[in-house]
Structure formats: C-alpha cells, structure tokens
Design a protein around this ligand. Structure first.
Ligand SMILES: Cc1cc2nc3c(=O)[nH]c(=O)nc-3n(C[C@H](O)[C@H](O)[C@H](O)COP(=O)(O)O)c2cc1C
Length: 359
C-alpha cells in the first residue's frame, strides 16, 4: 500500500518535497539544540527525546520546554516510551494541553536497561502488547499519532504482524530505523526492510539509519519509496543537512560547508546549550559528546577528536577549534564522515555515558 500524499500531516517547508525530520535523541534534542538546527536549516518536523511513562511519571519539564517555548516555526511531535496504557493515556491527556503536532510512540530504544522493562525496543518481542497499546493510544489521540520502530528485536519474525497493526490502528506516520534491537548500531541498515514497510502500511514512512548526507537521503528515498528521511547523529555532525536535503531534492547545488562554518556552529552550540549553574568543565564535557560526531568530518585521521578530548576549559576547547577549523578555514567539511574516524560514544546505548537511555 503506497501512501497517496502527506495529507493530514503538517506541511513541509518546501511544498511537495519529501519530509525531513530530526530524529529524537535523548539528552540531545532539547530546545537549545532544536534552535541551533533551525538556525542552519530546520527539518520539517522535530521529535522530542522520549518522555518516560510509568506509575509516578510526570512529563519532564525540560522536554515540555522544547514544545512550549519552541520558536523554530516547525512542528514538534512528543515521543513517549512506556507500556502501561493507563499511564500512557494519562500522559497524553497532559500533553494535549501543549502545542504538540502529535504523539509518537517509541518502539525501538535498544538500551538493555530499557528493553528489559519491556518498553521501547523490548515491546517488539510482543506483538500482542503492541496491538493493545496502539489501540489504546489511537483512541486517546484525537490528532496525529505516530510510531518510531526498529524492524524487530532479535530478528524480523514479528515485523509483518507489527506493520499490519500499524496499518490497522491507523497510525499517521511511521519512522523505521532499519536495524533490529540486537543489531544496535553495528550492522548495515536494512533499507530493503524499510522498503517493505512502505508496501505494508497505509501511512507515510520515514526512513531512518545512517542517512549521512543529502545524496544518501536521495538514494535511500529512491530505493525505499519512503515519504521522507529521519536523521539523527548526522545532524549533530552536520546541522546543514536538512537544508542540503531540500537543495538536493530540488535538483539545486548543495551548500558546501567549510571548516570555518563549523567553527561558527561549535560556538553557537556552546553558548546555546550552556545551562546556568553548570560548571564550565561539565559543559566542556557535554560539548565533547557533540564534537565526537562533528570531528568525524573535520580530518581523515581524527586529530581534531583526539585534541578536543584533552580540553578541560572553554578556552582550551576553543583553542583546539581555532587550530583545526580556522587554520585552513575554507577547506571543505566532509559531507560524509571519514571512514576511519569513529565517534565514541557513537550511539544512545553506550554504557556509563550521559547519552544512555536510563529508563
Ligand atoms: C544519543 C542518542 C539518543 C537517542 N535517543 C532516542 C530517543 O529518545 N528516542 C528514539 O526513538 N530514538 C532515540 N535514538 C535513536 C535515533 O532516533 C535514531 O533512530 C538512530 O540514531 C539512527 O539514526 P541515525 O543513524 O540518523 O543517527 C537516539 C540516538 C542517539 C544517538
């Protein structure tokens, strides 16, 4: 079943183009980060990091801020992670009083701490529970109800059944990260499985996973038939990526980013994400999480990453940036990561890192 149009969804920035979305990322996609993305070229849609839903949960204040105070002009979907339909419905009731574009359900988080509680990716083992949850959420959400999923837990045995449930419960938009939970971030992305979803559900599908550049976005759209792309870590690395996608989709030349442009991005990100009361050293540590990704495109040997990891103060960090980004400022920032340069942590589930899902 192919989607007819994006009818019913918020309009894209360029009418008729494929949808672009910033993937939800815990401890990353807060209001400050969304604002920085919007500065360099907003995605069509934002998704909040997941709101944990359990017996005592209340929507986290900083996530609500990313909805209530969002001045990017782009719609924000609120993502939930949980499995108890009563608590989920209670949370939705609260969220409906905020200016959300819709409610998104997380069926993909691969962190063991999460899936062991049978939420996120853990639910992919139990299509019966997904049936119940999708039914309850569809009834509780008068507007747009969206799902973000991986293609299975250990394998794709339940994939077709879950896609059938997505169609039956009239989900409005489905984002598919083309890996199983057990594949974490290690395997190739199974774009063929995303193409399969496109043929099985009624709603538009967003392809997700390793969409590293605008040309890659166009290739993935062509091979999957998806209605759009959802981009996570590669938007941390390259916040121009959504603008570049729009240029690529329109057949226009794609913006070339220089190392000097990246220096500007680092500074903007530093000041935007700084929180009052947080010591300088802690903020420098937080910056290193983003710069791990940025550094993948600065030089082919990861020298920027090695140097920035040693910085302890803001002055040291900016000195490293000046050395690596301004010495030859007109040099191109590589549109794709250099293959030898690995970001660590490179994903949400790295143990003992602040990026870990800790529900
Ligand atoms: C730091 C980090 C945090 C994440 N947090 C969430 C989350 O809160 N909800 C979610 O559905 N996915 C989360 N993800 C997964 C991303 O949304 C996305 O599916 C994944 O990174 C693959 O896309 P990419 O290759 O474009 O990064 C997170 C990923 C990272 C790297």
């Amino acid at each position: 079943m192919q989607p007819d149009t994006h009818a019913g969804l918020p309009p894209t920035l360029v009418p008729g183009q494929p949808i672009t979305a910033l993937a939800p990322m815990q401890d990353v996609t807060d209001l400050a980060f969304m604002r920085v993305m919007a500065h360099y070229g907003a995605p069509d849609y934002f998704f909040t990091e997941f709101l944990r839903v359990h017996a005592q949960s209340r929507p986290e204040a900083h996530i609500l801020r990313s909805i209530d105070e969002n001045d990017t002009g782009r719609p924000v979907f609120a993502q939930l992670i949980g499995e108890n339909v009563t608590y989920l419905a209670r949370t939705i009731e609260v969220l409906l009083r905020h200016p959300i574009a819709g409610i998104d359900l997380n069926l993909g988080c691969p962190a063991p701490k999460v899936y062991k509680k049978n939420v996120g990716g853990g639910l992919l083992r139990e299509p019966g529970r997904i049936d119940e949850i999708l039914g309850a959420l569809r009834a509780a959400v008068p507007g747009l109800f969206t799902v973000k999923m991986r293609i299975g837990f250990a394998d794709t045995a339940h994939y077709d059944r879950i896609l059938e449930l997505v169609a039956r419960h009239k989900v409005d938009l489905l984002s598919v990260h083309g890996r199983t939970v057990k594949e974490m971030y290690r395997s190739e992305v199974h774009y063929d499985a995303i193409a399969h979803a496109v043929t099985r559900v009624r709603c538009p599908v967003l392809a997700n996973g390793e969409i590293a550049s605008a040309p890659k976005a166009a290739r993935v759209l062509a091979t999957t038939g998806a209605a759009g792309v959802m981009i996570g870590r590669h938007a941390i690395r390259n916040p121009w990526i959504f603008r570049q996608c729009r240029e690529q989709f329109a057949g226009q030349p794609v913006t070339r980013v220089t190392l000097a442009d990246v220096r500007d991005y680092v500074e903007r990100l530093f000041y935007a994400t700084r929180t009052e009361g947080v010591p300088e050293r802690a903020h420098v540590s937080k910056m290193k999480k983003y710069l791990n990704f940025v550094g993948q495109s600065v030089d082919p040997h990861g020298a920027f990453i090695i140097d920035m990891r040693r910085a302890l103060t803001a002055a040291e960090l900016f000195a490293v940036c000046d050395r690596h980004l301004l010495a030859d400022g007109q040099k191109a920032f590589s549109p794709e990561p250099y293959p030898e340069v690995i970001a660590r942590p490179n994903c949400e589930a790295a143990p003992s890192e602040t990026f870990a899902c800790d529900t």
